[in-house]
Design a protein around this ligand. Structure first.
Ligand SMILES: Nc1ncnc2c1ncn2[C@@H]1O[C@H](COP(=O)(O)OP(=O)(O)OP(=O)(O)O)[C@@H](O)[C@H]1O
Length: 509
């Protein structure tokens, strides 16, 4: 399927970056198998592939994090300029305990020497200018662990674009848009297109095929460590790209009508107030999937954590399964049958040094203990193995250490872990962030199953398409309040965007 004739640099110049025959072996697993890839000046090359197809491994080799087991990497050196690689990693490579200003490295402009004291005002102004390219400025003086994932992403992107001196450098974006809202994505893409127009080469790694088709000039597809396609964007459409990624022709749409019936009220909140939220009323019934939409800063990000009890909030009343629940805490929420799958799953949803088996079975040890309270290893293994298959975790090795799975596969494991518990209330934040299309379907199916077996599900997501696919109704937050509730024929992607931004009609989109 590889179309070698299309590879190369536009304008007949040598590529800025040339990777030849790249090989990377992990014990028992070849993550990259003879992968070659060129990026020319002015070109945006997207690299796509399933979770575990080798995308991050390729980036880590380019970044010098891993040494390859074969192959070469060459950067151009022309007219006295040595092309540099600038990389925005999946996890953005940020230091969570440092502030936005410190992460942006701004102290080096304004008084990093003992003779020039820090000028906080200038630092702050510079930081706000950098992040201002991506929308509303936010607090740059607090540790970035306190920021929303989207805001942390903005810091990472702003940092990579700052200090960009030479037009013919190569920028590598490793799934940068996962935590960004559509508006920020647009700003980022405009910045990337401008860099390319000025002569940069760009490698863009993403699971979002629509974005790939929007941004890329050429698309390289990896499957199980091998390059299976390398084609100009003009030769591709969505379906063709999906079939390269999955290896199977995809005809069926992802939409599935749910024959669910809403039952008793499980979650009933009145007057939820805290952070940006002001007096939000919310009800979710058993068997119902309720979505929460809203642009960055609308209050959407904090809502599930407030319900779960990991962020403080005031309420007028709060009942769970018909009983008042005022002193909330994560421990008590779990005890009362609530599961929360956070957006930042790798950080909050897992124990990284443990195996996948230990992670998936962690919340359910009680049902796996045999006579005398000992954990039955055999049962735990069988159980974990079934879950790994059910959620299409690759490789399906229950004994592999969690941290050694690719990002998307880690998310499938965390998901499997929480849904396994049969929660009565399931709180989900960006449930398919960073997950490939195959796994996305597996997660959607699991959410449908959870609801049809009686769970009340609340899904907070920045993806309008996802909310339309999953939800019975969607609450749209704007400036901390519920601006609209959409259901039935009104629940469309366009309507979600109109309500999210407070626009009057489709013409204003
Ligand atoms: N440190 C490691 N030790 C062992 N195996 C690893 C390690 N890092 C990655 N792998 C394996 O290499 C393969 C490629 O993983 P990689 O992270 O490059 O995939 P990816 O395409 O970036 O996936 P995702 O989209 O989920 O991030 C996977 O099978 C993964 O389990």
């Amino acid at each position: 399927m590889t179309n070698e004739s299309t590879i190369g640099s536009p304008m007949g110049t040598p590529p800025l970056l040339s990777i030849e025959g790249m090989i990377k072996d992990f014990p028992g697993n070849r993550a990259l198998d003879n992968v070659s890839l060129q990026v020319g000046s002015g070109e945006v090359v997207a690299v796509v592939g399933h979770n575990g197809s080798g995308k991050s491994t390729l980036v880590k080799i380019l970044a010098g994090v891993y040494t390859s087991d074969g192959g070469t990497v060459e950067l151009s050196s022309q007219d006295g300029f040595d092309t540099e690689l600038h990389i925005i990693h999946q996890d953005l490579g940020l230091a969570n305990e440092l502030t936005g200003i410190e992460n942006l490295g701004i102290t080096h402009y304004h008084g990093a020497s003992s003779f020039a004291p820090f000028d906080r005002k200038k630092e702050r102004a510079k930081a706000r200018e950098l992040i201002g390219r991506f929308g509303e400025p936010f607090d740059v003086d607090i540790p970035i662990s306190k920021l929303a994932p989207a805001q942390r992403s903005i810091i990472g992107i702003a940092r990579a674009l700052d200090g960009w001196q030479h037009p013919r450098n190569v920028l590598i974006l490793d799934e940068p848009t996962e935590a960004l809202h559509a508006t920020e994505v647009r700003v980022l893409f405009d910045a990337v297109k401008k860099l390319a127009a000025d002569g940069a080469g760009v490698i863009f790694i993403s699971h979002r095929l629509d974005e790939v088709l929007d941004l890329a000039d050429r698309v390289v597809v990896l499957r199980d460590g091998r390059k299976v396609a390398d084609e100009p964007r003009s030769d591709l459409d969505h379906d063709r790209l999906v079939s390269y990624v999955t290896g199977i022709p995809v005809g069926e749409a992802e939409h599935g009508e749910n024959a669910r019936r809403a039952g008793e009220v499980v979650l009933d909140i009145k007057g939820l107030t805290g952070e940006i939220l002001e007096g939000v009323d919310l009800q979710v019934r058993s068997g119902e999937v309720v979505g929460v939409a809203g642009v960055l800063g609308s209050g959407r990000e904090a809502l599930p954590a407030m319900i779960y009890g990991s962020i403080d909030a005031d309420v007028e009343s709060f009942t769970l399964d018909g009983r008042p629940y005022l002193k909330r805490s994560p421990r008590e929420s779990i005890r009362r049958g609530t599961a929360f799958v956070p957006g930042d799953r790798a950080k909050f949803g897992s124990v990284r040094p443990m195996t996948a088996r230990e992670n998936v079975t962690l919340p359910e040890l009680k049902s796996l203990t045999g006579a005398g309270g000992a954990i039955s290893l055999k049962r735990e293994r069988e159980h974990a193995q079934t879950l790994m298959q059910e959620y299409d975790v690759k490789p399906p090795r229950a004994e592999q250490v969690f941290a050694q799975f690719s990002g998307g596969n880690q998310q499938k494991i965390v998901f499997a872990k929480w849904l396994r518990n049969r929660p009565s209330l399931l709180l989900l934040e960006e449930p398919t962030q960073g997950v490939d299309i195959g796994a996305k379907q597996a997660i959607y199916d699991a959410i449908d199953r959870a609801a049809s077996t009686g769970a009340a599900v609340l899904v907070c997501s920045s993806e309008a398409k996802e909310l339309v696919r999953l939800c019975d109704r969607v609450l749209v937050l704007r400036d901390g309040r519920i601006a609209a509730e959409l259901a039935g024929d009104e629940l469309t992607e366009t309507q979600l965007v109109i309500e999210g931004y407070g626009l009057k009609s489709e013409d204003e989109l």
